[in-house]
Design a protein around this ligand. Structure first.
Ligand code: 13P
Ligand code: SF4
Length: 365
């Protein structure tokens, strides 16, 4: 049997050479292969995706695919979700294993378990708290939620998930993104005074027992550094310069930015909203740079102006790790019968994680 092709050799190819190899491999693999691409992928990779979407759409697409190989152009937690929802019946591949998510890394099982343990010194968490993990989290945190009556959410269904969660129990522990949790709860009408932040670096989250008893939302102190680059003053400045302009943001932004936005939504919502905008309109967009740059180019001929929210260049550097060289390498290996960079979630984690994901998928967006 031939050995796996070496990545080093693919790193010497330019993008055009990779494009040709990717196209040829797709042709050979045909229906055995599906390439999923998140909206934050750089254009040189995004153009090769068969299906594109936000996290929720991609997890639904993965669950429904008949293809033998699912090559995920996204980040690690997305590929894990694809493996879990396909029940291990598909081979899921992440072209670069270093494509993680720094926000997902802000929570881990040891810290979440010790949070649960510390909460149990104040109340009975299994009786009164629904754990909710943002899909941007490791599979074992989804498993934690699955086995504690909890659920997963994405940026597009967080509201529905929270409604479900509060129907189960009176409180929610939301991790790892405090901002998505705060915004979604706020939009449901939960006052900010009923939300506390769990600082996982401090004993008992830095909270007094009474604060925990009073809180309805316990927000993990995690965030996405990319989205923290967008500040309320960027919106104010835009409003001064373009009084009729419109502002749209991702819910990973701080509450102050979301409050100043005309619309807040997932990457798919952002794309849909701006694509439907009237010619002559001017949009300020608070999300990842690759998405915004591509949208700006797409909308230019339609007379719609799209502007990035921050004066700084901020993009998701881990999404950016997937490049045409890694994609060509994984596909050419499949052509010669080799699977490289497979993502496989162990059954004992996948099973309870699937419970939490299935609860989410049962909730309409
Ligand atoms: P979406 O689910 O909106 O695509 O967001 C994923 C993400 O990681 C945003 O930073
Ligand atoms: Fe994670 Fe932020 Fe990148 Fe989204 S943009 S994948 S939350 S690091």
């Amino acid at each position: 049997m031939s050995a796996a092709l070496k990545l080093n050799e693919f790193n010497l190819l330019d993008d055009a050479q990779c494009d040709a190899r990717i196209a040829a491999a797709k042709n050979i693999l045909g229906k055995k292969l599906v390439i999923l691409g998140h909206h934050y992928q750089r254009s040189e990779v995004y153009k090769h995706a068969d299906l594109k979407g936000d996290s929720l759409m991609l997890s639904r697409m993965a669950a429904e695919t008949e293809a033998e190989y699912v090559v995920f152009c996204g980040v690690h937690f997305m590929a894990e979700v694809a493996d879990i929802v396909t029940g291990g019946r598909r081979t899921v591949i992440l072209p670069d294993l270093a494509a993680g998510c720094q926000m997902a890394d802000m929570a881990n099982l040891v810290k979440v378990r010790s949070c649960w343990e510390e909460l149990s010194q104040v109340l009975d968490p299994d009786a009164c708290i629904t754990p909710v993990t943002y899909i941007n989290s490791a599979a074992n945190l989804k498993a934690f939620c699955g086995s504690h009556g909890g659920i997963v959410c994405t940026s597009s269904n967080a509201r529905g998930v929270l409604e479900w969660s509060f129907a189960q129990r009176e409180k929610v522990l939301f991790f790892p993104d405090q901002h998505l949790g705060r915004w979604s709860a706020y939009k449901m009408g939960i006052p900010l005074e009923q939300m506390v932040v769990w600082d996982f670096t401090r004993p008992r989250g830095g909270l007094e027992p009474e604060q925990i008893r009073q809180a309805r939302m316990i927000l993990w102190k995690g965030h996405c550094a990319v989205h923290q680059m967008f500040r309320p003053q960027h919106v104010d400045e835009f409003r001064r310069q373009v009084p009729n302009g419109r502002v749209i943001s991702h819910p990973e932004n701080a509450l102050e930015v979301c409050l100043k936005s005309d619309r807040v939504g997932s990457t798919e919502t952002i794309l849909k909203t701006v694509r439907a905008a009237e010619p002559g309109s001017h949009w300020l967009v608070g999300t990842e740079l690759n998405l915004v740059n591509r949208l700006a180019e797409e909308m230019k001929p339609k007379g719609v102006t799209v502007q990035f929210m921050s004066p700084m260049v901020c993009m998701c550097s881990t999404m950016f790790r997937i490049d045409p060289q890694h994609l060509a390498w994984t596909l050419d290996n499949l052509v010669v019968g080799k699977v490289v960079n497979q993502i496989r979630v162990p059954a004992e984690v996948a099973q309870p994680a699937r419970q939490a994901l299935d609860r989410m998928l049962a909730i309409a967006q």
